[in-house]
Design a binder for this molecule. Structure first.
Ligand SMILES: Cc1cc2nc3c(=O)[nH]c(=O)nc-3n(C[C@H](O)[C@H](O)[C@H](O)COP(=O)(O)O)c2cc1C
Length: 208
C-alpha cells in the first residue's frame, strides 16, 4: 500500500474480531513508531503492551462507566440497527467499543516522561508523532485501533498495576485488534479551508 492510501483509509476502528494480535506484530508497528521525532531526539517514551486479565477487567469496567455517564449527560441513545447514517454508525461504534472493551485482543499504552521546565504541549509533541506512526503502521498491517482517553478515570490504579514511575504521563491508551468492519475512506474538511497564506483570514478556500 502507498503511504497516502494508508493515511486516507486509516479510520478509527472500534470493533474487533477475537483473532489474537501477536507481540511480534505489535513490535513491527512499534519499530516504526520509534522512527518518529521527539524533542532533542530524547525518545523518553515507553510503550506498554497490556494483556493481563486484571487490566482488561479494570479497563472494561472503567470504560463502560465512563461512556454510560457521558451518554447520559449528552442524552445519547444507541441508534437503531437500521440507521445507516454516519452519526448513527459513529455512536453505535462507541457503544460497541465500551461494551467489548474488556475483551479487546491487546492494548498499547503510550507513556512519555514529563519534560521539566517545558510546557505540557512539548511533552505531548514528543509522544503523539510516535503514536500516529504506530496507528499508520497498524493500518498498513491490517490492524485497527483508536486513540482513547477514558483510562483517565482509573489512571492511578492503572499506573500502579503497570508500575509507571513518578514523572511519567500516560498520553493515550490504544485498543488494538483486527477490524470487524472495513477500513474505509476517512471524511475530513478540505485542507484548503484550514490553510492560509500570509494572513489568517486568507484561506485557500476563501482568499481575500
Ligand atoms: C485526543 C484524542 C482523543 C480521543 N479520545 C477518544 C476516546 O476516548 N474514545 C474514542 O472512541 N475515540 C477517541 N478518539 C478518536 C476520535 O474520535 C477519532 O479519531 C475521530 O472521530 C476521527 O475518526 P475517523 O478517523 O474514523 O474519521 C480520540 C482522538 C483524539 C485525537
Amino acid at each position: 500500500m502507498e503511504l497516502s492510501d494508508v493515511m486516507r483509509t486509516c479510520r478509527a476502528i472500534r470493533r474487533y474480531t477475537d483473532e489474537p494480535v501477536s507481540d511480534e506484530l505489535l513490535m513491527d508497528c512499534l519499530r516504526l513508531a520509534v522512527c518518529a521525532p521527539s524533542g532533542s531526539n530524547q525518545q523518553k517514551w515507553r510503550f506498554c503492551i497490556l494483556r493481563s486479565a486484571k487490566i482488561h477487567q479494570l479497563l472494561g469496567k472503567t470504560y463502560k462507566q465512563g461512556w454510560a455517564d457521558y451518554a447520559a449527560q449528552m442524552k445519547l441513545e444507541r441508534p437503531s440497527a437500521d440507521d445507516a447514517s454516519r452519526s448513527a454508525r459513529f455512536i453505535r461504534s462507541m457503544f460497541e467499543l465500551v461494551e467489548n472493551f474488556d475483551t479487546v485482543p491487546a492494548y498499547v499504552m503510550f507513556c512519555a516522561l514529563r519534560t521539566p521546565f517545558m510546557e505540557e504541549l512539548y511533552t505531548g509533541a514528543s509522544i503523539y508523532p510516535a503514536m500516529q506512526n504506530f496507528i499508520l503502521a497498524a493500518r498498513e498491517k491490517g490492524l485497527g485501533t483508536v486513540i482513547t482517553t477514558w483510562y483517565r478515570l482509573c489512571e492511578e490504579e492503572l499506573k500502579e498495576l503497570v508500575g509507571v514511575p513518578e514523572g511519567w504521563v500516560v498520553a493515550a491508551l490504544l485498543p488494538v485488534g483486527y477490524p470487524k468492519g472495513k477500513f474505509g475512506p476517512i471524511k475530513r474538511r478540505p485542507a484548503e479551508e484550514a490553510t492560509c497564506i500570509d494572513h489568517w483570514d486568507a484561506t485557500l478556500s476563501n482568499p481575500e
